[in-house]
Design a protein around this ligand. Structure first.
Ligand SMILES: Cc1cc2nc3c(=O)[nH]c(=O)nc-3n(C[C@H](O)[C@H](O)[C@H](O)COP(=O)(O)OP(=O)(O)OC[C@H]3O[C@@H](n4cnc5c(N)ncnc54)[C@H](O)[C@@H]3O)c2cc1C
Length: 381
């Protein structure tokens, strides 16, 4: 069969490889000048490709809608992905116990494994329309003309980082042929805050981050925090950003619980400066009337513990979806067969990758979902 794969990110590349291995004549159509542009940006160009958690633990870090991919992940999940890259001479190594990166620390090595020499490519070719007759794609219209195939696999990604090619056009293509698109929201994203401005440029390592909604703690994570021109970012913030996005209608704030220090004697400023950047401590203690801790009352020490060692920043919004790392929402899974990734509405169409309404947390989850659903789409045409 002749197969056209629309979108050459990790999902489309894996689908193309599997379809080719099944003996099909495969061509990838991509709007960009090269394949895998977003993949090359991942993990700060080191590519956190998967996570070596057991599948049930892995699923706990994914959205409820991602249960749709359980069958696909059971066949080609984190364990199989690790084996796949090992077999292709690109061994993966763990970091922080379970996040898996290529041993070479290069996203290019991951991309090279996913590329398949005998799969044809049509680059700089943007798909603008799916031409349908009797619930079947007859042809696709691109900026360069019409293309035809027996079967089509759509893997156009989400809506974030449009410079990588995933500009959300896939959602429109699918909506035009009857697929439902759930609300699209950017997650794994930076948070806007005004009272962080004096801290711009500073970063804190391994801080306990608490999301407070109407002053109640909703979630807690440990991770690095970066103070930026707009507010807060860094891996720890990206992790908790989904909870913030969900509750933005209410007053939301972020508390950074700092390390406990011995408050019996000495100078609080000196103790904190031994742990945190000077500028951070100066800003933190700007209203604190410093005196030796041995002369500080128990009442004041309680204030130090609850307020000064738990700075809280009011969140006023989040970065726009274009600047988020991942899109939450997408093609409603009710119209897709979970065993094959085939559309239930269009006979010769399969759908895979981030364009689906499935997502996971920071830590290699989203690339795993892309590779797994791509694997199924390519093998089960
Ligand atoms: C900066 C950054 C870092 C990230 N780091 C990680 C990480 O370390 N680990 C992790 O698990 N996840 C990470 N992610 C998320 C991960 O990159 C995505 O979830 C993943 O790339 C989705 O794969 P995909 O194949 O579905 O879509 P994409 O990788 O987005 O690929 C879609 C492809 O479709 C093409 N396309 C789109 N529309 C059309 C059209 N109309 N016509 C033709 N072609 C089209 C695009 O050009 C693109 O090549 C990161 C994301 C970003 C932005």
């Amino acid at each position: 069969m002749k197969i056209l794969v629309i979108g050459g990110g990790p999902a489309g590349l894996m689908a193309a490889k599997q379809a080719f291995l099944k003996g099909h004549d495969v061509c990838i159509v991509d709007s960009q000048e090269k394949l895998g542009k977003k993949l090359l940006m991942t993990g700060n160009t080191r590519c956190n490709i998967t996570n070596n958690k057991e599948l049930n633990e892995f699923m706990k870090q994914c959205s409820k809608s991602t249960r749709f991919l359980y069958s696909s992940l059971s066949e080609f999940g984190p364990k199989e992905i690790i084996e796949f890259f090992n077999e292709h001479n690109c061994p993966l190594v763990p970091e922080d116990y379970d996040r898996m990166f290529p041993q070479s620390q290069k996203a290019t090595d991951i991309l090279n494994v996913l590329l398949t020499e005998s799969v044809k490519t049509e680059l700089n070719t943007k798909v603008e329309r799916l031409n349908i007759k009797d619930h079947t794609i007859e042809s696709i219209t691109t900026n360069k003309g019409e293309l035809t195939a027996d079967h089509y696999i759509l893997a156009t990604g989400g809506k974030s980082f449009p410079v990588s090619g995933s500009d959300g056009s896939g959602y429109k293509l699918l909506q035009s042929v009857g697929h439902t698109i759930t609300d699209l929201v950017g997650i794994e994203t930076g948070l806007h805050s005004i009272n962080t401005r004096p801290l711009q440029g500073l970063s804190l390592k391994d801080v306990t981050i608490k999301v407070r909604v109407k002053n109640k703690v909703k979630t807690t994570e440990i991770g690095d925090v970066l103070f930026t021109h707009f507010g807060l970012s860094g891996p720890g913030i990206l992790k908790i950003s989904e909870t913030v996005v969900e509750h933005l209608k209410h007053p939301v704030s972020i508390t950074l619980s700092l390390q406990q220090v011995d408050l019996s004697t000495g100078s609080l400023t000196k103790k904190l400066k031994a742990i945190y950047p000077n500028r951070f401590v100066d800003e933190l203690l700007k209203d604190y009337d410093e005196k030796p801790l041995e002369q500080t009352s128990n009442y004041d020490k309680e204030i130090i513990r609850t307020i000064y060692l738990n700075p809280t920043y009011k969140i006023t919004g989040v970065q726009p979806i274009e600047k988020a790392f991942v899109t939450k929402g997408g093609v409603a899974t009710k119209d897709i067969d979970p065993i094959t990734m085939k559309s239930k509405l269009i006979h010769n169409l399969s759908i895979c990758g981030e364009v689906l309404d499935c997502h996971g947390s920071v830590g290699g989850y989203n690339l795993t979902l892309a590779l797994s659903s791509g694997y199924t789409a390519g093998r089960k045409i």
